[in-house]
Design a binder for this molecule. Structure first.
Ligand SMILES: [Zn+2]
Ligand SMILES: [Zn+2]
Ligand SMILES: [Zn+2]
Ligand SMILES: [Zn+2]
Length: 292
C-alpha cells in the first residue's frame, strides 16, 4: 500500500511537471521579463518558469494564456452589410448584427421583368406591350416598332450599282450653303476618279413602307461650285422623284413620296466636282413610314 502511494505521488509530480512545461504552439511571451527581469507570478515553486502560451486572438478576445494573462487586442468583428438575402454579420465569427433586407421589387413593365432595385434579381418576364389598332401601347404609349418610322441610313443597301463607282456613306451632320445644319446625312463617296461622282444604292423594301420623306441640300463647302448634280429616286426601276441642277445657290428641298407599291427602292446621287464624288449633294433625315 505504501508502495502504491509513493507511486501515485511520483505520477502526480510527473504530470504537474509536464503540464507546466507544456508549450503547445511555441508562442513565447516577449514581455516575460519586462518588469523585473523575472515574472514572479508565474515562477513555479519547483523553480520551473511558466512560459505563457497564447490562444489565437478572436473577434472579442485578445490572445490569452491558460493562466489568464492576455496580450495585444481582440480583432474586432469584420462586419459585412446585410443584403437582400443575407443578414449583416461578422465574416469571421458569424455573429449576426441585422436581418436580411429583403428584395426591393419594382414591378414588371412592358419591356422588363419584375426586378429588385438593390440586387438586380429578376422574377418572371416582361408583361409585353398591349397595342391598340393604331399601334400605340395602351400601357406605356410606345409605338409598335414594326410600324415605327425607319431611317434609311440604318438600312443595309442590298445592291450598290456597278455602273457607277461611288457608294453611299452616312454621317451625323453637315451644314447647307445657307448655314442650316442638317442631321442624319447620306452622301456619295468614292476614290479619286472622275467616274466616282455617281452612286446608286438599292434597298429591298418589299412594299413594307407607304411613304419616304427627306431633304436634298448642297453642303456649304460647295457654295461656289461650277458644277451641277442631281438626285433621282426610283421605285422598281421607274423614276418616282428627281431633282436636277443642284449647283451654286441651290435651295434645300423636302420630299414626301408614296412608295406603297415599291419593292426595290433605288437612290441615285450625281455629285460632280473635281476628282470624284465631292460629298456635296446630300440627303438628310430620309425616313421610311411602314404601311399601317
Ligand atoms: Zn500563462
Ligand atoms: Zn466576429
Ligand atoms: Zn434584391
Ligand atoms: Zn407598353
Amino acid at each position: 500500500m505504501k508502495k502504491f502511494i509513493i507511486l501515485l505521488l511520483v505520477l502526480c509530480v510527473t504530470i504537474c511537471f509536464a503540464s507546466c512545461k507544456n508549450n503547445e504552439n511555441n508562442y513565447t511571451d516577449n514581455n516575460i521579463n519586462t518588469a523585473s527581469g523575472i515574472d514572479n507570478n508565474t515562477y513555479d515553486t519547483d523553480t520551473t518558469v511558466h512560459i505563457h502560451s497564447y490562444s489565437d486572438a478572436t473577434c472579442t478576445q485578445p490572445p490569452t494564456c491558460s493562466c489568464g494573462v492576455t496580450i495585444g487586442e481582440a480583432l474586432g468583428h469584420e462586419i459585412s452589410e446585410a443584403t437582400c438575402l443575407t443578414p449583416g454579420m461578422c465574416t469571421r465569427c458569424n455573429t449576426k448584427f441585422s436581418e436580411p433586407l429583403g428584395h426591393n421589387w419594382k414591378e414588371a413593365t412592358c419591356e422588363s421583368p419584375k426586378i429588385c432595385l438593390r440586387c438586380d434579381l429578376t422574377e418572371g418576364i416582361a408583361s409585353g406591350h398591349n397595342y391598340s389598332s393604331n399601334h400605340i401601347c395602351t400601357v406605356c404609349g410606345q409605338q409598335d416598332a414594326l410600324y415605327a418610322p425607319v431611317k434609311l441610313s440604318s438600312l443595309e443597301s442590298y445592291m450598290t450599282s456597278q455602273e457607277y463607282h461611288g457608294s453611299f456613306k452616312t454621317c451625323d451632320s453637315k451644314t447647307d450653303i445657307w448655314g442650316t445644319e442638317h442631321r442624319d446625312i447620306i452622301y456619295v463617296s468614292g476614290g479619286f476618279s472622275s467616274t466616282t461622282s455617281n452612286g446608286m444604292e438599292t434597298y429591298r423594301l418589299n412594299q413594307k413602307y407607304e411613304r419616304i420623306t427627306g431633304k436634298v441640300f448642297l453642303s456649304d463647302y460647295y457654295k461656289n461650285t461650277q458644277y451641277t448634280g442631281s438626285v433621282v429616286i426610283y421605285g422598281d426601276g421607274k423614276v418616282i422623284y428627281e431633282i436636277r441642277n443642284i449647283g451654286a445657290g441651290f435651295e434645300t428641298v423636302s420630299f414626301d413620296i408614296d412608295i406603297s407599291n415599291v419593292k426595290d427602292l433605288s437612290i441615285y446621287i450625281n455629285d460632280p466636282d473635281f476628282y470624284g464624288a465631292a460629298q456635296g449633294r446630300c440627303l438628310s433625315e430620309v425616313t421610311l413610314y411602314p404601311q399601317q
